[in-house]
Design a protein around this ligand. Structure first.
Ligand SMILES: Cc1cc2nc3c(=O)[nH]c(=O)nc-3n(C[C@H](O)[C@H](O)[C@H](O)COP(=O)(O)O)c2cc1C
Length: 136
């Protein structure tokens, strides 16, 4: 993936697994995301704690926004809450896309950081990532 400083949009959101949705849907989401994100040069990470998601997405502005729109309408989750939508955010914080499992307390920390503002959430998310076992 290019590390160039071309225009960039960075998005961060939290959401809940939809009621009655088996957590096995996460496997489908990861399969879809890996291939498409690589093709669209989207970087970031998706974390799941068994009930909730938190995702950082970075990419070319239109591409990242279009994907965020599709994600927001995806019936496999609900209560999608955008914590950060930043244009001109180059360079990327992450050079590739990855996913991992986080514990409940870690997700609570992100929601608490949200009160202090979008940049705090992003720092908290990156701190959390450094403690997770990630796969790409
Ligand atoms: C929590 C969550 C995260 C997702 N993350 C991505 C992602 O990073 N990349 C992606 O292509 N699709 C992701 N998806 C799937 C998209 O919502 C959508 O189903 C997929 O892009 C296919 O869209 P299409 O059916 O319009 O082709 C995610 C879905 C959920 C519920």
């Amino acid at each position: 993936m290019s590390l160039s400083t071309s225009p960039l949009r960075r998005l961060l959101y939290v959401s809940d697994l939809a009621p009655a949705m088996p957590s096995t849907v996460v496997g489908q989401i990861l399969r879809q995301s890996r291939e498409r994100n690589r093709r669209l040069q989207l970087s970031g990470a998706l974390l799941f704690d068994g009930e909730r998601f938190c995702q950082l997405l970075e990419g070319e502005p239109e591409t990242a926004q279009a994907l965020m729109r599709r994600i927001a309408q995806d019936a496999r989750h609900c209560h999608v809450h955008l914590l950060l939508d930043k244009l001109g955010a180059a360079p990327r914080l992450m050079t590739q896309w990855c996913c991992g499992y986080a514990d409940h307390e870690a997700f609570d920390a992100i929601r608490i950081a949200a009160v202090a503002g979008p940049e705090h959430c992003t720092s908290e998310f990156l701190r959390l990532l450094s403690r997770c076992d990630l796969s790409s």
